[in-house]
Design a protein around this ligand. Structure first.
Ligand SMILES: *Cc1c(COP(=O)(O)O)cnc(C)c1O
Length: 384
């Protein structure tokens, strides 16, 4: 079932999946095989070697494509593996324009790996897409955008970026990890490629590392599928099964993340220990109107700046919670707290980091789907 006539929750449960043709099994089997029988050389049932194709992974790729209103999906062994494949569309001398508030691992890959291959990256403030224009030249080949950004929840206007990218024939990719397809569909707003760290909301249970690329562009799909198989960052069938299972509750989980997030953000905004709360649902968020236009709700990711807290006090607070677990990552059913400056964003130089607002007293919350009273009581217990 890939028909876009069905609504989101129905597709999250069924898209890409049919009862197994040999047994009628309702759940897609875990095809734990590396290779497939060929009747005579080249004569097989569409599957030759599992790096290229695996039925469990194909079901997942089709499900994710359906959720992002895309024609094609490719799953990778991590979010970084997916991003890596997009940059491999480029060649030495090409230039990339991207935001100055990126996921730390993406920044690290761009500056420490691909810069060595002669690709040039411009990290700019994308809160106003017009800022892109002065950086465009004949070598500009990729615009890479994250929205909401990590961890300061900036909102980038996807539609406005898409118009600029199209005018200048620049491939436009959006890291949609924070929003998930439940909240935002960048391809519908003009993006060429959507990237996900499936590890986060899509998997949803903090038990899988995986990435994905979705596109409706035939040519881009062919090139990405070639890189996918050639470079080999492909996930195994067990992980694909776990994500298929996780996706079946994506719409229910996201609804709960958004509702709990709203209550936590409101509680924190009025708290005397908190200097600043980053959450796109507030009407005084600088790009709230754009968030309202391109997102269906505002999600469960919130960052806070503690008032008068040095690094030591910030660490004490980050470690004192009972419901929030101090850990990297986000988007799982359980609430997590993270100290970006020393954890997820440690690979960004201090000066760059602080320019983007990632100060030492900033904490990032991934609000889970536990009972909200327990989440709020946990915050009250620690913050007073
Ligand atoms: C986690 C994350 C990634 C990297 O994904 P992995 O699955 O950890 O490789 C990329 N972008 C964002 C926004 C992320 O949160």
């Amino acid at each position: 079932m890939n028909q876009q006539e069905f609504k989101f929750g129905t597709r999250a449960i069924h898209a890409g999946q049919e009862p197994d043709p040999t047994t009628g099994a309702i759940m897609t089997p875990i095809y734990q095989t590396s290779t497939y029988w060929q009747e005579s050389p080249g004569k097989h049932k569409g599957y030759a070697y599992a790096r290229g194709k695996n039925p469990t992974r194909s079901a997942l790729e089709n499900c994710l494509a359906s959720l992002e209103n895309a024609k094609y999906g490719l799953c990778f062994s991590s979010g970084m593996g997916a991003t890596d494949a997009v940059v491999k569309l480029l060649k030495p001398g090409d230039e990339v324009i991207t935001g100055n508030d990126l996921y730390g691992g993406t920044y690290r890959m761009f500056t420490k790996v691909f810069a060595n291959y002669g690709i040039k990256f411009h990290f700019i403030d994308l809160s106003n897409p017009q800022n892109i224009i002065p950086y465009i030249n004949a070598n500009t080949k990729l615009l890479w955008v994250e929205t909401p950004t990590n961890p300061t929840m900036q909102i980038v206007d996807i539609e406005a970026c898409a118009k600029i990218a199209k005018t200048h024939q620049v491939t436009f990719a959006v890291d949609n990890t924070f929003a998930s397809p439940y909240l935002q569909n960048p391809l519908d707003l003009g993006a060429d490629i959507v990237m996900h760290s499936v590890t986060k909301y899509l998997g949803g249970h903090s038990d899988v590392i995986m990435g994905a690329l979705l596109t409706s562009n035939d040519h881009l799909y062919e090139r990405l599928a070639f890189i996918h198989n050639s470079c080999g960052a492909t996930p195994g069938p067990m992980d694909s099964f776990l994500v298929l299972r996780g996706l079946k509750t994506l719409h229910l989980r996201m609804k709960a993340h958004c509702e709990n997030g709203r209550q936590v953000a409101t509680f924190l905004k009025n708290h005397p220990m908190i200097e600043k709360v980053y959450w796109p649902g507030f009407t005084d968020h600088p790009n709230h109107e754009i968030a309202k236009k391109q997102m269906r709700d505002f999600g469960g990711m919130i960052s806070i700046v503690l008032k008068n807290a040095d690094l030591h006090k910030t660490f004490d607070i980050a470690s004192a919670f009972k419901v929030f677990t101090l850990a990297e990552s986000l988007g799982g059913v359980e609430s997590l707290i993270n100290h970006p400056a020393t954890m997820t964003h440690a690979s960004i130089p201090k000066e760059e980091r602080e320019k983007a607002g990632v100060v030492d007293n900033l904490l990032r919350l991934s609000v889970g789907v536990e009972d909200v009273e327990d989440i709020l009581n946990d915050l009250k217990m620690v913050l007073g």
